[in-house]
Design a protein around this ligand. Structure first.
Ligand SMILES: [Fe+2]
Length: 365
């Protein structure tokens, strides 16, 4: 349902406060032709209400000749900021950048963050921003998971559908997303609520079964028949299944780059307000699909680049694939069991069990 201007402004004020914006701060609002003007307006107004020095940086449209579709997560790495030193300097001068155009996975974003600027991505429509307005509780829950993930050395995933994935971790950092950016150099996304790391290079082994009902981004569709991915030494080596398997393999092959088949970030969702079912009630270009990526107890894996983590794999194809009903184990300790979050410090105290986590449908191992 529509969110009015007053509510939208109040929401931005709330999130900028969580991001420690005050009269000592400068806030740059990054925008382009694809930006939602209401989000740009609200970010500018809310920053001023908090006393910050606010300015906008507008970049021209960007389209890569080989990019397919309108989803900005479908072709990553190059953006309108690529090679644009003047704009990069203008953004680097800000304490906080509100990104309404989506710079994710660009080397320029990493350089700006390295200088100490904070960055908050805000591209979802106001209705989704309102439903998942971030809280300190979201941060606490995600940080509890990060404490475990950053200390672990072995990451395992299993499911009744047939997933058996094992990899070592620790080579790359743990990344948290909880919806606001309050520390120097921090990147976050409002709304959000999940955490992840990357497998050590060449260590991911086993198979992943993308089951009926699991989601593939940027397709933004539910899989209709299981897809089996055979993983060896960190890469997908074989696709098998029906039409869905053929379609996924064909799409990834269009990039003509063997690096697209690498396993990229792996982690689990901790946002109880994100809904697996949400994708069915939005048009594809309404949303980037944070619901599907962050729903509580989902196992999210991806393919392609690892430049966000400081790696050298800079490839344009990035698939995010959340799976339901998995077991996720760190050094043998269950973080997720059959789609249910296990550790008490990652639990949501007042949340009723969801249908997808009923015991009889759980994966009991
Ligand atoms: Fe991703």
């Amino acid at each position: 349902m529509p969110v009015g201007d007053i509510e939208l402004l109040n929401m931005f004020e709330h999130v900028l406060r969580l991001s420690r914006v005050d009269e000592t701060q400068s806030v740059a609002v990054l925008k382009s032709a694809n930006s939602n003007p209401r989000l740009v307006w609200a970010a500018m107004e809310a920053g001023q209400k908090l006393g910050a020095k606010v300015y906008a940086v507008e970049l021209p449209s960007f389209n890569h000749p080989s990019a397919m579709g309108f989803d900005l997560t479908g072709y990553v790495g190059e953006t309108a900021l690529t090679g644009h030193q003047a704009a990069k300097q203008a953004l680097s001068a800000a304490d906080l950048i509100v990104d309404t155009m989506l710079l994710l996975h660009s080397p320029e974003q990493s350089e700006i963050l390295g200088g100490g600027s904070r960055m908050l991505l805000v591209v979802e429509p106001p209705e989704i921003l309102a439903r998942m307005l971030p809280t300190e509780e979201d941060k606490r829950r995600v940080q509890a998971g990060a404490k475990k993930l950053s200390a672990a050395k072995r990451f395992e995933v299993y499911s009744k559908a047939g997933t058996e994935l094992l990899c070592r971790i620790g080579q790359y950092p743990t990344v948290t997303e909880y919806g606001f950016a309050e520390e120097p150099g921090r990147w976050d996304h409002w709304p959000s609520g999940f955490l992840f790391t990357w497998p050590d290079e060449g260590t991911a082994q086993g198979k992943i079964v993308i089951d009926t009902g699991d989601i593939i981004f940027p397709f933004k569709s539910y899989v209709q028949s299981p897809i089996t991915l055979e993983i060896k030494d960190g890469y997908i080596r074989k696709f098998s299944g029906g039409f869905d398997a053929e379609y996924l393999e064909n799409y990834m092959q269009t990039f003509r780059d063997p690096e697209v088949f690498a396993i990229s970030h792996i982690g689990w969702g901790l946002q109880p307000k994100a809904q697996w079912s949400a994708l069915g009630v939005y048009d594809k270009n309404d949303s980037v699909g944070i619901d599907g990526r962050a729903f509580y107890g989902g196992f999210l894996f991806s393919t392609g680049p690892n430049t966000e983590a400081g790696g050298t794999r800079n490839t344009a194809c990035h698939m995010d694939i959340p799976l339901r009903r998995c077991d996720v184990l760190l050094d043998g300790e269950a973080m997720v069991r059959g789609g249910d979050i296990v550790p008490a410090d990652q639990a949501v105290s007042d949340m009723k069990p969801a249908a997808q986590t009923l015991p009889e449908r759980s994966c009991m191992r």
